[in-house]
Design a protein around this ligand. Structure first.
Ligand code: ATP
Ligand code: MG
Length: 387
């Protein structure tokens, strides 16, 4: 859309043109009279002008200026046109600037969905584009800020809810003990046991929360080292062997390309697998196997999978499982504990390692598929990425 001038502005521009014209004509007239006087009294000047006149010819030396007055009219017309053009351009720019400023005031008064709608020419258009881009990015960061604020509120609500539930029963059972409202020593032990289990649940929530807020920050430092997937898998197998046996499950490892090594923060990287295997043990109802596998996709990419058989994740829940505090509804009612932060932490650690994670689930297997670069980008490369 082109800039539309108001009728007042049009009138002002016209007046400006007329005023400039009158001034220029008056100046021309004054100069003409002065020159006339001058040439009459100083003959040298007259012959000088005559020489200039003779050298200025139109066409092949046939049409010549008759007297110097004609030459003056010619020069004055060119000069006046130039001045007039310059004044019009200047005045028009002022009008454009005025429009841009009033649009800016309009936006600044809270109309952040408004953008400067008109197209100007030359450098003024660049100013308009820059202002629009600036408003865009400001609005974007305001939205982001609001989103973060909202998600913090949600976090607090969820945490207080999840802390209150076990805390209520801890206080309830300890109250029974305190008031000696138990019939036998057996009861006493039972109440103390429930309070102990609930306290542990709270501890694990607080630990998860602490871990989550720690890895969530964009500048979380990674203590990078070369990690051998073969030995990581061996360690995981050993540490989960007993728990798996108790649940009637077995952990097995598949590495078709032999041992694979990649650059990672060993502690955080192991946390990914701890979370996934714990989930497989907790939620793979009726399952018998947990598989850990790794293969090379290319010279600089490795795919790692953690899968288990047993009860699948419902199709509708698949997109949400990585959201913090999300737990598949069915499992919330079962006595599996958990706060729904495990997979959010896992995903964040994968992202910190510049990897990707996705989940697939069918009646046979639930599989978490991750891809990692063999080497982490150096600091310089990261700066380039940001650029
Ligand atoms: P936390 O890990 O914080 O103790 P959680 O295990 O409930 O709690 P996540 O690990 O984030 O939370 O998992 C989210 C939900 O995804 C789980 O509640 C569960 O319903 C589902 N889920 C995760 N892994 C599996 C799996 N291997 N099989 C079936 N369901 C799963
Ligand atoms: Mg979990």
């Amino acid at each position: 859309m082109k800039l539309k001038m108001t009728s007042k502005e049009k009138r002002e521009l016209l007046l400006e043109i007329l005023f400039t014209l009158v001034l220029l004509l008056a100046a021309d007239f004054a100069i003409y009279i002065l020159l006339n006087e001058w040439t009459r009294h100083i003959p040298g000047v007259a012959s000088g002008i005559f020489d200039i006149k003779m050298s200025l010819t139109l066409g092949p030396n046939t049409v010549k200026f008759g007297n110097w007055g004609l030459l003056f009219v010619f020069i004055a017309t060119v000069f006046d046109s130039f001045i007039l053009y310059w004044r019009i351009v200047h005045q028009y720019r002022q009008i454009q600037l005025y429009h841009v400023i009033s649009e800016l005031h309009y936006i600044a008064s809270g109309h952040f969905d408004h953008r400067i709608p008109f197209v100007l020419n030359g450098s003024m258009q660049r100013v308009v584009e820059s202002i629009n881009a600036l408003v865009d990015s400001t609005v974007e960061s305001m939205k982001e800020e609001r989103r973060i604020e909202k998600s913090k509120d949600e976090l607090i609500t969820n945490v207080s809810h999840d802390i209150r539930t076990p805390l209520t029963s801890i206080i309830g059972y300890l109250g029974l003990i305190e008031n000696k409202q138990y019939q036998s020593e057996e009861d006493l032990i039972k109440f103390a046991h429930i309070a102990f289990v609930k306290s542990n649940q709270m501890k694990s929530l607080v630990n998860d929360l602490f871990e989550y807020t720690k890895v969530r920050q964009a500048d979380t430092p990674l203590n990078l080292m070369t990690v051998s997937l073969m030995s990581l898998f061996e360690q995981l197998e050993a540490s989960f062997e007993l728990e798996a046996k108790e649940k009637g499950m077995a952990i097995s490892t598949k590495m078709p390309d032999g041992d694979l090594k990649l650059e990672a923060d060993p502690e955080k990287f192991a946390r990914i697998f701890n979370n996934l295997i714990t989930n497989a043990l907790k939620y793979g109802k009726g399952g018998k196997n947990i598989y850990l596998s790794a293969r090379r996709m290319s010279d600089d990419e490795i795919e790692v999978q953690v899968s288990n058989d047993g009860e699948p994740i419902p199709h509708d829940s698949l997109p949400q499982v990585f959201e913090r505090f999300y737990r598949v509804e069915k499992s919330r009612n079962q006595k599996t504990g958990g706060t729904g932060l495990g997979l959010a932490i896992t995903q964040r650690i994968v992202e910190l390692h510049h990897g990707t994670i996705k989940v697939e689930s069918n009646n046979h297997l639930t599989t978490f598929v991750m891809r990692f670069p063999v080497e982490q980008p150096s600091k310089e490369e990261k700066v380039e990425e940001l650029d």
